[in-house]
Design a protein around this ligand. Structure first.
Ligand SMILES: NC(=O)C1=CN([C@@H]2O[C@H](COP(=O)(O)OP(=O)(O)OC[C@H]3O[C@@H](n4cnc5c(N)ncnc54)[C@H](O)[C@@H]3O)[C@@H](O)[C@H]2O)C=CC1
Ligand SMILES: CC(C)CC(=O)C(=O)O
Ligand SMILES: [Mg+2]
Length: 362
């Protein structure tokens, strides 16, 4: 298969982890006889420095033409002055919106070797396999913002259509899994959440009668997620709640550096990125965990290119590399930790057999 992949390294550890993910993609393409071309463009702080814009027009144009987009992370202290007129994060929000990527899938499957890196007791982590479907192009991140000398506001709005499409996405996903959906809101306080709950309940009742829906308030959800994570399967929620709950959920896996994501919409192009940020505290040291970015390209292969076998190969290889003790500093303290490049090599060395041989070319 031929595919054009746009790479947006971004800032901080973004270039380090996307380089790792591209190395893995190149290797799998070579071994399985695919022709992937990689084009790089600027986004975030790097783009502000070069052009003054967090999402230059040629980056967006390249994204629209690509078969899939791989993104590292954006942001950092250099661009975080509260008075700044443009911010790296605006570039990320803008590309998600422009590509119509309303469903952000964030799977959480803790690996036993990383149980010790999690603050949660191992018996609670055994068998956890959940996926958060985060609404990605609406809510408070996108509402009108105001600022005066002594007040500020961020408007949170959701339309029925925006809620319907992401609830349907979560329900279709749940039909391939346990047929259970937990919809998370704050309906005891927020009007947008009351609308969210009404729409979720209606969609499930009218269109997915086989699905068991639980409505859960976000504050208690934050607690249940850590206290009884095994009981959840598909969790669907609005933009900001999903952002926060998934960083929390990364502690089930042991590190932010282990959670990938896929951002999908009704359009052709999907965007794939680790859920973590630019990690300025470790940037440039060669110690960032690349597994989340590498697992993100597995999602890219599956969702954008339909290459399930290749996606499975990468996921198995990461699991095997972890099982063999290839742990970065976020997972293993002290001198036994390996760096970004060694972890990338370990994934390639652990590709299962079907990925080692090129099969028939297209
Ligand atoms: N998708 C994106 O581009 C995102 C960007 N950000 C931006 O990133 C910048 C830093 O944000 P923070 O709140 O510090 O969150 P962060 O996710 O960058 O880092 C939080 C902590 O996790 C660690 N960490 C994150 N990824 C890691 C990895 N792959 N390997 C090892 N350790 C890792 C960091 O070292 C840090 O201690 C901010 O400018 C923020 O806006 C934050 C989240 C998402
Ligand atoms: C705009 C981003 C920085 C928001 C975020 O933290 C994320 O998407 O995970
Ligand atoms: Mg986040």
């Amino acid at each position: 298969m031929r595919a054009d992949i746009l790479v947006l390294p971004g800032d901080g550890i973004g270039p380090e982890v996307t380089a790792a993910a591209v190395t893995v993609l190149r290797t799998i393409a070579e071994r399985r006889g695919h022709e992937f071309t990689f084009t790089e463009r600027l986004i975030g702080g790097a783009a502000i420095d070069a052009t003054g814009e967090p999402l230059p027009a040629d980056t967006l144009a390249a994204a629209k033409k690509a078969d899939a987009v791989l993104l590292g992370a954006v942001g950092g202290p250099k661009w975080s002055d509260p008075q700044a007129k443009v911010r790296p994060e605006q570039g990320l929000l803008a590309i998600r919106k422009a590509l119509g990527l309303f469903a952000n899938l964030r799977p959480v499957q803790p690996h036993p070797v990383a149980f010790s890196a999690s603050p949660i007791k191992p018996h609670l982590l055994q068998g956890v396999d959940l996926i958060v479907v985060r609404e990605l192009t609406g809510g408070i991140y996108f509402g009108e913002k105001t600022r005066t000398a002594d007040s500020a506001s961020d408007l949170c709005t959701y339309s029925v259509g925006e809620i319907e499409r992401v609830i349907r996405h979560a329900c279709h996903l749940a039909m391939t899994r346990s047929r259970r959906v937990t919809s998370v809101d704050k309906a005891n306080v927020l009007e947008t959440s009351r609308l969210w709950r009404e729409v979720a309940s209606r969609i499930v009742r009218d269109e997915f009668p086989e699905i068991e829906l639980e409505n859960q308030l976000v504050d208690s959800m934050a607690m249940h997620l850590l206290a009884r994570p095994r009981e959840y399967d598909v969790i669907v929620t609005e933009n900001m709640f999903g952002d926060i709950l998934t960083d929390e959920a990364s502690m089930l896996a042991g590190s932010l550096g282990l959670l990938p994501s896929a951002s999908l919409g009704e359009g052709r192009v999907g965007l794939y990125e680790p859920i973590h940020g630019s990690a300025p505290d470790i940037a440039g040291k060669g110690i960032a965990n690349p597994y989340a970015a590498i697992l993100s390209v597995a999602l890219l292969l599956r969702h954008s290119l339909g290459l399930d076998d290749e996606a499975n190969c990468i996921e198995q290889a990461v699991a095997s590399a972890l099982a063999a003790g290839n742990l970065t500093a976020d997972l293993a303290g002290g001198t036994s930790a390996i760096g970004t490049q060694a972890a990338t090599r370990a994934v390639i060395d652990h590709f299962p057999l079907p990925c080692q041989v090129a099969e028939l070319r297209d």
